[in-house]
Design a protein around this ligand. Structure first.
Ligand code: SF4
Length: 406
């Protein structure tokens, strides 16, 4: 058993803009329980940036951090002007110790991504992540403030970023799963768009506000069924043609026993803190779906160091290292891989976070499927040396119902 230790802060998610040019129906910032964005300044000020960079410099010197990441996020971070990022990157370069390698990333809906932006972001060595769902789902959910879909504009932005000579890194894509879409068509879409790196998000949801298509008490597993369809098509492809799908790669690594960090599965030793446009330091951003104001704990870059922020109760809960498995998951034969699921998906107002994921059955079905597929594809001698054994979805359900695991 790993001993508990203080979490290492891997980086900050900087909310550089609190408003967005789109109004995606599933967005946790605007269209779930929390409405605190209304009190946020639209953009992060230079004064707040100065405090943030000073706090990061203090943290890196104190912990002799070899690396630190800034993830620019919103709202839509391209609503802040290029000069904002040029100033911030310059200040970081002058303020952080030379031994700290700094990496930058920016997550955008790509609608505002012009060639001039690509030039600026490339010069600042900022990597791009672009939000892009399955085409029809994208136009249905990722809409502007007049309800119009944004798929075409997002694809144009993706193409621009892929082709711009100033951007050294190929953009990654982040997609929210729509279980009503066709996973094989989605894979074909990725290949057509030459996407090389993809990550997948399960829609936000909790035990009291369940995700779409997952009503309370259902025994259906629409997300597992969709993900298994995608996994099987992806796994059958020649390795050289496969895009990297991080969600699957993390599950495979965990099954093989690697100490992989996988936030979406509740398996992370590395922590990102969120800084709002007004300078408040907060825990995981999407916790906002749990209840209004839940991430507000009175921590602020003007008043508190990053280490002090780790003592705020919700931040401390997210920073537990190693992460605590929910009580009901302790008997689960795949608990080491699943980790109880993403912390947001465990929430219930009555019992907090000590619950299995609202996606429990979906995760169980997906992980057992991937484990069994791996076992049949690996050389027998390799499997025999490991501790893997086939385990079915029904067997895991049986164990959790009190049956003995063979
Ligand atoms: S599959 Fe369900 S019971 Fe098992 S660890 Fe995940 S959430 Fe817990």
């Amino acid at each position: 058993m790993k001993l508990a230790r203080r979490a290492k802060i891997l980086g900050l998610v900087l909310k550089t803009a609190s408003r967005c040019n789109l109004n995606c129906t599933y967005c946790y910032v605007y269209n779930h329980a929390d409405k605190t964005y209304r009190q946020q300044p639209p953009l992060m000020s230079d004064d707040t940036v100065d405090h943030v960079v000073r706090r990061v410099g203090d943290y890196c010197r104190h912990h002799r951090s070899r690396s630190f990441q800034f993830v620019f996020h919103g709202g839509e971070p391209l609503l802040a002007p290029p000069l904002f990022y040029q100033r911030l990157v310059g200040l970081v370069g002058r303020s952080l110790p030379a031994y700290t390698r700094v990496r930058y990333a920016l997550q955008t809906n790509a609608v505002l991504l012009t060639d001039a932006w690509c030039q600026t972001l490339g010069e600042l060595d900022i990597r791009l992540g672009i939000s892009l769902d399955e085409a029809a789902a994208h136009d249905q959910y990722r809409v502007d403030h007049r309800g119009r879909g944004s798929y075409e504009a997002a694809v144009a932005g993706l193409r621009r970023a892929q082709q711009h000579p100033a951007l050294r890194y190929y953009p990654g894509v982040l997609a929210v799963i729509d279980p009503l879409s066709n996973p094989r068509q989605f894979l074909e879409q990725l290949l057509r768009l030459e996407v090389r790196v993809l990550n997948l998000l399960l829609p936000d949801g909790t035990h009291h506000v369940p995700p779409p298509h997952l009503p309370p008490g259902t025994t259906q597993t629409p997300y597992a069924d969709w993900l298994i369809g995608l996994f099987d098509a992806w796994f059958a492809m020649p390795a050289a043609r496969r895009p990297r799908i991080r969600f699957f790669q993390e599950i495979i690594s965990l099954i093989l026993g690697f100490d992989t960090s996988a936030v979406a599965l509740g398996r992370t030793d590395n922590l990102f803190l969120v800084i709002e446009t007004d300078g408040c330091i907060e825990a995981e951003d999407s916790l906002k779906v749990c209840q209004h104001g839940i991430t507000k704990e009175g921590m602020h870059v003007r008043l508190h160091s990053l280490d002090e922020a780790l003592d705020a109760p919700l931040i401390a809960r997210c920073a537990e290292t190693p992460p605590r498995l929910p009580t009901a998951c302790q008997r689960c034969p795949i608990g080491d891989v699943c980790g109880g699921g993403f912390i947001v998906h465990r929430y219930h107002p009555g019992s907090g976070f000590d619950n299995p994921s609202v996606y429990c059955r979906d995760l169980m079905k997906l992980i057992t499927h991937i484990q069994n597929q791996l076992i049949t594809s690996l050389p027998v001698s390799f499997v025999e040396k490991g501790y893997w054994q086939p385990v079915s979805f029904e067997q895991v359900l049986g164990v959790l119902a009190g049956q003995t695991y063979p």
